[in-house]
Design a protein around this ligand. Structure first.
Ligand SMILES: [Zn+2]
Length: 495
């Protein structure tokens, strides 16, 4: 029986967030090793959940190493990374002979003192247990550098956004390893990096230009001799040398030509990664009439992109417009504690805007409150199905503008279970404030009547010139534009 190790370290790092990501943040989200890791991922719609299921259905023994994942936030503390890497490598060393390893790595992690952490994981593992085949799963938002494709046998990036194919990609990684094991040579690959920066709002899988590009990737994976292919738009909020759009093809022949074709197609679409934003006041007024629920997309305060989730711009706009029937979630542990200390049903307290003055002034919230204590739930939707989520302590306030949910922990709108578990019915809302760019569509997309993308403060702005990059490659489209350079990039893809 083949034995395949499973593990990884997974975080999308937003380098504009001033707060470091610590070991505690991984412990709060998911940090498990050995048999506890299998228990944590089995049956979930995640990469390792898919890898374990595929292995067990195909007579392969999954050997759990260590896996740490944290919600997107600031740069990862170097000691936290070293601790998890030590556990991963130690488990691999002690696991007995392994025929291969699947690593679930995000690809846009930034670690203090480590220029390419995903590469570091692969090389540390190989240094410890020898040259076993390694397949790496990557987020769509991976910022891949030139060395990772060389170090790993296969890279397998998600091909959906919202990312509803995580488990499929984990299964694909095991399948590739099974095909690879026993062959004397690794399959040739080609990797292309485009100097193209795109924001999440412009990367939706069901919208152009990504819809056509993802279809091209899917078609490519079905070509004879092609083992796997990925288009990786990347994460504009993780500064560093690895910014840009990546293309990866693994094929027994023609990998370079296929990668060049795909890269040319992407580069030809560079002007089309655009997004339309509306001001918060106009968006709030627009919720008064017409079909509902209207999703007010709080673009820049995207919790799944590392923003804190305590921005108040849309709440203020809803109040100014006299709007009713809205549903919003705000991360504010201080307000949760204050509401829990208040006697009686009614609370009146300032909420939000605490993490950074730029997130907006606190919103004066008042109304009857339900204090729910600590709330957890299991995701039932299409995104990370089966995963346990801990919202921490929760207070729900019925205010004039509608329902405001205050949470102790940051909550990502990847599902609508986080509202229904509180007795809040999102389908019945006039408007839903979604602190995300695209991923919320996995939660509310099925019944949203209208969508308004709102210009708000936060660490994930849709306008890249709002960010002060300290460290990035130049030139990068669209921050730099020059017809001669752009033509040279296109010509160079054939080189
Ligand atoms: Zn992503």
């Amino acid at each position: 029986m083949l034995r395949i190790g499973v593990g990884g370290i997974w975080q999308e790092t937003n380098t504009f967030v001033p707060r470091a990501t610590t070991l505690r943040d991984f412990e709060n989200y998911l940090l498990a090793e050995g048999p506890a890791l299998l228990d944590a991922v089995r049956g979930t719609g995640t990469e390792l959940g898919g890898a374990v299921a595929f292995a067990e259905q195909n007579g392969v023994q999954p050997v759990p190493l260590c896996f740490g994942a944290a919600l997107p936030s600031g740069v990862v503390d170097g000691r936290a990374f070293a601790t998890m890497l030590r556990a991963l490598v130690g488990r691999a060393r002690g696991a007995g002979p392994l025929d291969g390893v699947v690593l679930a790595l995000h690809g846009a992690m930034v670690v203090e003192g480590c220029p390419d952490p995903e590469l570091r994981v692969v090389t540390a593992l190989r240094d410890a247990i020898g040259d076993v085949p390694v397949a790496v799963t990557l987020d769509y938002h991976a910022n891949v550098g030139p060395d990772l494709p060389r170090a790993a046998d296969f890279l397998v990036g998600y091909r959906t956004y919202p990312h509803v194919d995580m488990a499929e990609r984990g299964a694909e990684a095991v399948e590739l390893l099974v095909r690879r094991i026993g062959r004397p040579y690794r399959t040739p690959y080609a990797f292309r990096k485009l100097p193209l920066l795109t924001v999440p709002l412009a990367q939706e899988g069901a919208a152009e230009p990504m819809r056509s590009l993802l279809r091209a990737v899917g078609d490519l994976t079905r070509r004879p001799g092609v083992w796997t292919a990925s288009a990786l738009p990347g994460f504009a909020y993780g500064e560093g040398d690895r910014l840009g759009f990546g293309v990866y093809v693994s094929a027994v022949h023609g990998a370079h030509g296929h990668a060049a074709d795909l890269a040319e197609q992407i580069w030809s679409q560079r002007e089309n990664f655009t997004c339309d934003l509306v001001d918060a006041d106009a968006a709030a007024r627009a919720t008064a009439s017409g079909p509902g629920p209207v999703v007010l997309v709080d673009v820049a305060d995207n919790v799944g992109g590392g923003s804190p989730g305590d921005g108040t711009a849309i709440l203020h706009a809803l109040a100014a417009a006299g709007a009713q029937g809205s549903v919003s979630v705000l991360w504010d542990p201080v307000a949760v504690a204050a509401a829990e200390r208040t006697d009686g049903d009614l609370v009146a307290l300032p909420v939000g805007g605490r993490s950074d003055p730029s997130m907006g002034t606190p919103f004066p919230l008042s109304g009857p409150a339900r204090r729910l204590g600590r709330v957890g739930y299991t995701r039932t939707g299409s995104y990370m199905r089966g995963q346990r989520v801990d919202m921490g302590r929760v207070v729900v306030v019925d205010a004039a503008i509608g329902t405001v949910v205050l949470t102790q922990h940051r909550v990502v709108p990847f599902d609508d279970d986080h509202l229904r578990v509180l007795g809040v019915e999102p389908r019945a809302a006039r408007s839903l404030v979604a602190k995300g760019a695209i991923a919320w569509k996995a939660a509310f997309g099925g019944y949203a009547a209208r969508t308004l993308q709102v210009r708000t403060p936060g660490y994930c702005p849709a306008a890249l010139d709002q960010l002060r990059y300290r460290h990035r490659p130049t030139p990068l489209f669209p921050l730099e534009r020059d017809p001669a350079w752009e033509a040279a990039v296109a010509a160079g893809l054939r080189g």
